[in-house]
Design a protein around this ligand. Structure first.
Ligand code: ZN
Length: 606
C-alpha cells in the first residue's frame, strides 16, 4: 500500500504582523505520539539559525478534536498519541528580508522551506503536497506564485496545490508571492524563468537574452543535458543589498535595483557585471554543491553543524567559474575579467588572516567564524570563497601547464560530475584532490598541501606568466583603489596607510577593523573608536584621507578620538601603504595570448 502523503498548507495570515500560518497533516501518526521538528539551519548557509525561534504559536488536532502537544527541545514537539490524521498548526513570524529566511508584508511574501515546514520524524520519506493559499481580500487576487515546486492542482504561477517527492525536496524550493515581473526563456528544451520583485525598471528581454547565453555556457561545460527539467531565478531588487542562495532547480537572489539592466543600456556596466556574476555563481551551484555534494552533507543533518573541509571546492571553485563563465560566454571582455581577477588577488593580499588560517580550516570553522564575523575577522580568517577561487585558478593553470593544455579544471569538474553528481554519492573529503590528480595524470599532493592546508601564499605569478599575463604589484593609488587596473601615471605622492578599515560617522571617522602590525594598532586605536580630530582639526571620512596623504613618512599625526564616551589622544606614525595592489596585464601578443583567449578564456580545453 502506498504511504499516505504529508500534507502542508501555508497561508499569509496577517500581512501587517508578518505572520504565516502553516499546517502539517499526517494520516498515520506514530502511535506513541508524533514528533515534529523544524530545521536549525538552511543548506548553503552554514550557521545554526534556530528557525524555530520565529514560531509564535503551536497547536495540534486529531480530526476536529484538539490534541495536546508538548515541546521536547528548542525545535522539537510531540503530540499526544492519536488514531488517524493529526494536524499541527504553527504561526511563523516572517520578517527576514535575506535570501535565507521568510518574509511577509503587504507587498510581498517569500519563504524557504526550513523556516516554515515541520518535519514529522520517521515520516520524511513520504511524498509531499503543499497547498499555497493566497492572502484574504483584494491582494489575494493580484498576487502570483513563483517556485519550482511541481504543480499538482494549481495554474501556472498560481495559488493551489504543489508537490514534492519527499521532505528533503520540499525544503529546497523557495517560494515568492506577490506581483513580480516575469521573464521566460527556453534552453535545450528546459524552461527557465526570472521573477523580479521590488520596485525596478529592468529590461526583462535583455536579462533573458543575457542569462540564456550564460546558462548555455554552464550547461556546455558539464556537457548537456542540464540536470533539471526547469530553472527559476527568484530576484528581490532593493535599494542596497547583495546575496544569493542556491537550490536544486532555482536560486533566490537579493540585489540592488541599480545592478539590473535598464532599457537602452549598452554593454555590461560594472554594476550589471555584479548581478550577472551572482546569477552565474548560483547557477553553477546547481551542479557543484547541489548535486556534486560533500559526503558530510549526504544527507544533511539539519539539527546540528555538518563539518567539511571542502567548502574551498564547493564555494571557491564556484566563485572561480562564476566570473570565468561570464568571459567565456562573451558577456564581458578579457580586460574586464582580468580586472576582477586582479581585484581578488588584491583583496587576499590585504587580508592578514591568510597568514593565520588555512582555507581548509576556514571551511571547517565556517559555522563559528565565516558566518560570525567580527572586528578581528581580517586578522584571524581567510575567506574560502576568495582564497578558494584563487586556489581553483592556480589549480586550473597548473593542470593546463603540466598537460600542455590537454587537460584543465573543466575536466576535473566533468569527472566529479560523472562520479558523484550523477549518482548522488557524497564526495569524500579527499576526493576532489584524488580526482584532480587522476584527471591531470600528475602528482598534485604538494600543491594541495600548500594551497589548502598551509598559510603560505599561493604561487600565482609563474602560472599566470605561462598564460601570457604579467602579475604587477604596486602600492595603492588611493584608499579606494581596489586593484585590477594598471595606473596610467604614478601618483604624485605615495599613499599613506593607517592600518585600519574605516567608515563615515556623523561625529567623524569610525574605525571598524584594526589590522595586525599596522600604524593604528601601534597607536593603540581599537575597533569602535571614533576619530574626531587630526592635528587639532575636525575630520570626516573625506578630508581624513586627503589630510593624511599630505603627510610624509616618518612624521606623526595627532589624533583625538572617542572610545565609548571618553575622549583620548594619540600619536599615529605616518607610513607608506604596502605593495599589496595587483593588476594583470597581457604581455606583448604572442602564441600564449592566442592560446589564452582560445582555450582558458574561450571554449575551455586546448
Ligand atoms: Zn556559493
Amino acid at each position: 500500500m502506498p504511504k499516505s502523503p504529508l500534507r502542508y498548507a501555508i497561508r499569509p495570515k496577517h500581512l501587517e504582523a508578518h505572520v504565516f500560518e502553516v499546517t502539517c497533516t499526517i494520516a498515520d501518526p506514530d502511535e506513541n505520539g508524533q514528533r515534529f521538528q523544524l530545521p536549525a539551519w538552511i543548506p548553503g548557509s552554514y550557521l545554526i539559525r534556530d528557525f524555530a525561534r520565529h514560531i509564535v504559536s503551536v497547536g495540534a488536532k486529531a480530526g476536529r478534536r484538539s490534541l495536546p502537544i508538548a515541546k521536547l527541545d528548542k525545535h522539537t514537539w510531540i503530540t499526544a498519541p492519536a488514531q488517524g490524521p493529526v494536524t499541527v498548526t504553527i504561526e511563523v513570524y516572517a520578517c527576514d528580508p535575506s535570501v535565507r529566511g521568510a518574509y511577509l508584508d503587504s507587498s510581498r511574501g517569500f519563504f524557504n522551506g526550513p523556516c516554515v515546514f515541520l518535519r514529522p520524524l520517521g515520516k520524511d520519506d513520504r511524498p509531499c503536497e503543499v497547498e499555497i493559499l493566497p492572502p484574504r481580500g483584494a491582494r489575494g487576487r493580484a498576487w502570483r506564485v513563483a517556485t519550482t515546486l511541481r504543480r499538482k492542482e494549481a495554474p501556472a504561477y498560481g495559488f493551489g496545490v504543489y508537490r514534492a517527492a519527499d521532505y528533503d525536496e520540499v525544503l529546497d524550493h523557495p517560494v515568492e508571492l506577490g506581483t513580480f515581473a516575469l521573464g521566460e526563456f527556453a534552453l535545450h528544451g528546459v524552461p527557465h524563468a526570472i521573477a523580479i520583485s521590488g520596485r525596478h525598471d529592468a529590461d526583462m528581454d535583455r536579462l533573458c537574452k543575457d542569462l540564456r547565453r550564460l546558462c548555455e555556457t554552464h550547461i556546455a561545460l558539464f556537457d548537456a543535458p542540464a540536470p533539471f527539467s526547469r530553472y527559476l531565478f527568484l530576484v528581490n531588487a532593493v535599494g542596497e543589498g547583495y546575496g544569493g542562495l542556491e537550490h536544486r532547480t532555482s536560486t533566490a537572489l537579493l540585489c540592488s535595483r541599480d545592478e539590473l539592466p535598464q532599457p537602452g543600456m549598452r554593454g555590461v556596466t560594472e554594476s550589471y557585471r555584479t548581478f550577472l556574476g551572482l546569477a552565474s555563481h548560483e547557477y553553477f551551484h546547481a551542479w557543484n554543491v547541489k548535486r556534486i555534494k560533500p559526503a558530510a552533507f549526504t544527507p544533511y543533518d539539519l539539527e546540528r553543524e555538518n563539518y567539511t573541509t571542502l567548502l574551498w571546492a564547493f564555494e571557491g571553485i564556484t566563485s572561480y567559474y562564476d566570473d570565468l563563465l561570464l568571459v567565456r560566454s562573451g558577456l564581458i571582455s578579457e580586460q574586464d575579467y582580468l580586472e576582477t581577477l586582479g581585484r581578488s588577488i588584491t583583496s587576499l593580499l590585504r587580508t592578514p588572516g591568510r597568514m593565520r588560517q588555512s582555507v581548509s580550516d576556514a571551511s571547517w570553522d565556517a559555522w563559528v567564524k565565516y558566518y560570525r564575523q567580527d572586528e578581528n575577522t581580517p586578522n584571524a580568517q581567510v575567506s574560502y570563497y576568495l582564497k578558494g577561487s584563487l586556489v581553483a585558478l592556480a589549480l586550473d593553470l597548473r593542470i593546463r601547464g603540466r598537460t600542455q593544455g590537454r587537460k584543465s579544471l573543466d575536466d576535473v569538474m566533468r569527472a566529479l560530475w560523472a562520479r558523484y553528481g550523477q549518482s548522488g554519492a557524497g564526495v569524500p573529503e579527499d576526493a576532489v584532490e584524488r580526482t584532480a590528480e587522476e584527471v591531470a595524470g600528475v602528482r598534485l599532493r604538494g600543491f594541495f598541501d600548500r594551497a589548502l592546508r598551509s598559510t603560505h601564499d599561493l604561487q600565482l605569478a609563474q602560472p599566470l606568466r605561462e598564460m601570457g599575463l604579467e602579475m604587477q604589484l604596486r602600492a595603492p593609488a588611493s584608499w579606494s583603489d581596489r586593484g585590477g587596473k594598471v595606473l596610467s601615471e604614478r601618483p604624485a605622492r605615495p599613499t599613506i596607510a593607517v592600518g585600519a578599515r574605516i567608515t563615515d560617522d556623523t561625529m567623524g571617522v569610525r574605525i571598524t577593523h584594526v589590522l595586525n602590525g599596522g600604524a593604528a594598532q601601534t597607536a593603540g586605536l581599537a575597533a569602535g573608536d571614533i576619530i574626531v580630530a587630526l592635528d587639532d582639526l575636525k575630520v570626516n571620512a573625506k578630508n581624513f584621507e586627503q589630510r593624511m596623504n599630505r603627510k610624509r613618512a616618518g612624521e606623526q599625526a595627532t589624533l583625538h578620538f572617542f572610545r565609548r564616551d571618553e575622549l583620548h589622544r594619540t600619536q599615529l606614525d605616518i607610513v607608506h601603504a604596502p605593495v599589496d595592489t595587483c593588476a594583470l596585464t597581457p604581455v606583448a601578443s604572442d602564441r600564449t595570448g592566442a592560446r589564452r583567449r582560445a582555450h582558458w578564456l574561450g571554449k575551455g580545453n586546448a
